[in-house]
Design a protein around this ligand. Structure first.
Ligand code: ZN
Length: 203
């Protein structure tokens, strides 16, 4: 199983990190060992002093596909969720400066929170889905999939050009604005519309 993550998919988040707008999706991979086990607390790794939360809508691939046409992309997933792409921002900035890959900053153990899965049929329109991250009871990030530069089906078409998608693979579709640092004892709750998808203690 692989985690395929999209960077810079919301204009407001690109601006807050002073990044350039990409001409095609920014794609990176997290190893399966990055998934935070269910019911486990998130431990800030000792190599970073600036770990950020990034709340993102997740898609679970249900069958093998390669070079998937956008108009057939909906056939490759039934379930969606919400998660966090934890990022060691200090380390990522150093790597970016040197033009090096981001994996150490994005793929460490526990860096991928995967919430509960629900059937996509629950929602009328996946391209108009409100979601949010609450930190210690207050809204830290809120987004809407209508603000994605590349929509879910376009992302599937794009990433399947490079990587064969397999059953169980998860796509992290990018984060909206409002990313920020976590500190020990933070409590993070993710919601799509009013429904809770995950709740995480930070240690
Ligand atoms: Zn992200």
């Amino acid at each position: 199983m692989k985690l395929i993550c999209i960077g810079r998919n919301y204009a407001a988040h690109i601006d807050e990190l002073n990044n350039e707008r990409p001409v095609e999706p920014v794609v990176f991979i997290k190893p399966d060992s990055a998934v935070l086990p269910k019911e486990q607390d998130f431990y800030i790794p000792e190599f970073s002093n600036d770990v950020h939360y990034e709340v993102e809508v997740l898609i679970k691939i249900k069958k093998v596909g390669k070079y998937i046409d956008r108009k057939f992309a909906h056939r490759y997933y039934d379930e969606i969720s919400l998660g966090i792409d934890f990022t060691a921002r200090d380390l990522q900035s150093k790597l970016k400066e040197k033009g090096l890959p981001w994996e150490k900053a994005k793929g460490f153990d526990g860096a991928a929170v995967v919430g509960k899965w629900v059937h996509k049929g629950k929602y009328e329109n996946l391209d108009k889905l409100g979601f949010s991250l609450l930190k210690n009871g207050e809204i830290a990030q809120s987004g809407d999939t209508s603000l994605m530069l590349w929509k879910i089906d376009e992302l599937i078409a794009h990433v399947s050009t490079y990587f064969m998608l397999k059953k169980g693979d998860i796509i992290f579709t990018g984060t909206p604005a409002g990313v920020g640092k976590v500190v020990p004892n933070d409590y993070l709750v993710g919601r799509i519309e009013a429904e809770e998808f995950f709740a995480i203690n930070v240690r």
